[in-house]
Design a protein around this ligand. Structure first.
Ligand code: PRP
Ligand code: URA
Length: 209
């Protein structure tokens, strides 16, 4: 069974409270999504392997530790996942970015694929899939299945808000994929929106409503 990590760090919780607020502007919303992703990235990469290196300081040789050449890729689920990329790239500037375009069919709530483009060496990389909202879990599960079909072995999922239904779906479809969220909310409403959630993440990031 996959691990579900809920971030209870005060900085993340504070920023999330502003993110949820319906009065928060598009500009501030976008900045907060990026900042929360940056803080979450710090914890989600905690298990990156390190190797020892000697570094000559102006005073002496220091035994230091560096990330041992592990390659990473971030895969945002379009559109809303794009809002998390910039913050993560600030933490891991050498990572590559793949894109999966999915939207939820308003009637069936099932994900519809419209774009898929990965770095050529994606199978050699550890992948973090990012999407602010894990609602029914249909989009995340489908995106992760595309990556597995391509041969990707090590995948994590990072969302800002998760619903219990989405977590259950992910654990059923992908028990090998650890899940990182800043909050686990109560339930989904009749439109499969997360309650209390924050509304439509894509619309709030891009100002389309
Ligand atoms: C939202 C969100 C997720 C998906 C989550 O995207 O960004 O991708 O819904 O719902 P699910 O867990 O039930 O699949 P949406 O379909 O609204 O597209 P958008 O990002 O282009 O706005
Ligand atoms: N997608 C969103 O953007 N918000 C939700 O609450 C559910 C799906």
């Amino acid at each position: 069974m996959s691990k579900v990590c809920v971030f209870d760090h005060p900085l993340i919780q504070h920023k999330l409270s502003i993110l949820r607020d319906e009065r928060t502007s598009v500009k501030e919303f976008r900045e907060l999504v990026s900042e929360i992703a940056m803080l979450m990235c710090y914890e989600a990469t905690r298990d990156l392997p390190l190797e020892e290196v000697d570094v000559q300081t102006p005073v002496a040789v220091a035994r230091c530790r560096r990330i041992s050449g592990k390659k990473m890729a971030i895969v945002p689920i379009l559109r809303a996942g794009l809002g998390m990329v910039d913050g993560m790239m600030r933490m891991v500037p050498s990572c590559k970015v793949g894109h999966v375009g999915l939207f939820r069919d308003p009637e069936t709530k099932e994900p519809v694929k419209y774009y898929y483009k990965m770095p050529a060496d994606i199978t050699e990389r550890d992948v973090i899939v990012v999407d602010p909202m894990l609602a029914t879990g249909g989009s995340a599960s489908a995106a992760i299945q595309f990556l597995k079909d391509d041969g990707v072995k090590h995948i994590k999922l990072m969302s800002i808000i998760g619903a219990p239904e989405g977590v259950a779906r992910m654990q059923k479809d992908h028990p090998d994929v650890d899940i990182f969220v800043a909050a686990l909310d109560d339930h989904l409403n009749e439109n499969a929106y997360i309650v209390p959630g924050l509304g439509d993440a894509g619309d709030r990031i891009f100002g389309t409503k």
